[in-house]
Design a protein around this ligand. Structure first.
Ligand code: SOE
Length: 379
């Protein structure tokens, strides 16, 4: 079996989810490559060494440019803050590396377009870690929709609710809090949380053509961790969106970090002529499914526990009825990516697929500013 040498950039939350996937995917899936954790790259050398030792990376780099130049690295995996995605991905593509990138692809669509151009002109395999596409229950939902079981779609609604930035005293910027610094993150909840809702929506229900949105920044100033000064907050704290899909259905989307009590409540619902379905990240192995074609006397919402051997991915895990969790979505994505690589293809979402999400988030932010409906660009 051929080896595939991985160079990971970033050792935060996402660096851990990806490293876990690199470890576990070959244990549970038949893969054409054996991933080797070649190098971990992060600016803080001591912490990088500790992370590398814990996860089994063979070496450490403190400058991503040195990592990209290494001849013994095949894949550059970008799990660092959003402001780094563009330059690392483009340099990696130019160096002929396979590129995997955390979401959102760019801080805006312009950055994302340049990243797409780089990987496509270099002809290198690429993917973006929109991991919720690989929840078995969400994949089952995709199968049901593609089989036409829901019929004509009327509504798609999704929300992603958190509550961790409500405190006025929370600073912005720096490690762990860069998501609050607009220069680093690009936007607030629109690019961070709503982007997940949009990526799944585009995958399940097709393209979004037009949007109208409102956003709000509830806390206007926060101390910046790097400058020590109180500075204006440039991110959107909350985002509410109406959208039109090209299949004629209506979309409603919401994301916020100000929904007290909610930590990561991503829910989605789709209503069709024949059936409806709902999914909830807090109960991620289930879908609620209502089929109007059922005999009337027993018609009702079914609660499908997506843990059986014939459910997506589940033949690879334990025994029917035993569920899996969040970290498995990354394992699935990495396994799918390697299997595709083995046959010379790639998986969705590619950089180009993820660019479409950036087009929608750009249109949302533009609409929130203009107060008008905005047309969504397509690539
Ligand atoms: C933010 O808190 C965050 O970690 C996002 O950045 C992730 O993409 C999301 O999956 C969970 O929430």
């Amino acid at each position: 079996m051929k080896t595939l040498n991985i160079g990971l950039v970033g050792y935060g939350f996402m660096g851990r989810t990806h490293s876990n996937a690199f470890h576990d995917a070959p244990l549970f899936f038949d893969l054409p490559y054996r991933p080797v954790l070649k190098a971990l790259c992060a600016r803080n050398a001591d912490r990088a060494k500790a992370f590398a030792a814990n996860w089994g990376y063979e070496s450490v780099e403190t400058d991503w440019r040195a990592l990209v130049e290494r001849k013994d690295v095949d894949v550059i995996d970008i799990a660092s803050s959003n402001d780094t995605h563009h330059d690392i991905a483009i340099a990696a593509a130019k160096a002929g590396k396979i590129v995997m990138c955390e979401k959102p692809l760019g801080r805006n669509a312009k950055e994302a377009e340049e990243m797409v151009a780089a990987v496509e002109s270099a002809g290198v395999a690429n993917t973006v870690w929109y991991n919720y596409r690989r929840v078995p229950a969400v994949v089952l939902l995709k199968q049901l929709i593609d089989e036409g079981r829901l019929g004509r779609i009327f509504h798609y609604r999704a929300k992603f609710l958190q509550d961790w930035t409500i405190s006025q005293d929370l600073p912005q910027g720096g490690e762990g809090l860069w998501r609050l610094d607009v220069n680093i993150a690009g936007s607030g909840v629109t690019g961070d949380l709503l982007a997940h809702c949009l990526d799944t929506a585009l995958w399940l229900n097709g393209s979004i053509t037009d949007v109208t949105a409102m956003t709000e920044t509830f806390i206007k100033e926060r101390k910046h961790n790097l400058t020590g000064k109180v500075e204006p907050v440039g991110i959107d704290d909350a985002s509410a969106v109406l959208g039109r899909f090209s299949n004629g259905s209506l979309g409603t989307f919401e994301a916020t970090r100000y929904a007290r009590g909610h930590k990561a409540l991503y829910t989605l619902e789709i209503n069709g002529e024949r059936a409806s379905a709902m999914w909830d990240l807090h109960d991620l192995h289930r879908i609620q499914y209502f089929d109007h074609g059922d005999e009337g006397r027993v018609r009702g919402w079914r609660n499908i526990h997506v843990t059986d051997g014939d459910h997506p991915y589940m033949d690879r895990w334990w025994v029917p009825g035993l569920q899996i969790g969040y970290e498995h979505t990354f394992i699935h994505q990495f396994a799918d990516f390697l299997q595709a690589l083995g046959t010379g293809t790639t998986i969705s979402p590619t950089f180009r697929d993820a660019l479409q999400t950036d087009y929608v988030t750009d249109a949302i932010l533009a609409s929130a500013k203009s107060g008008r409906w905005e047309h969504v660009k397509t690539s």
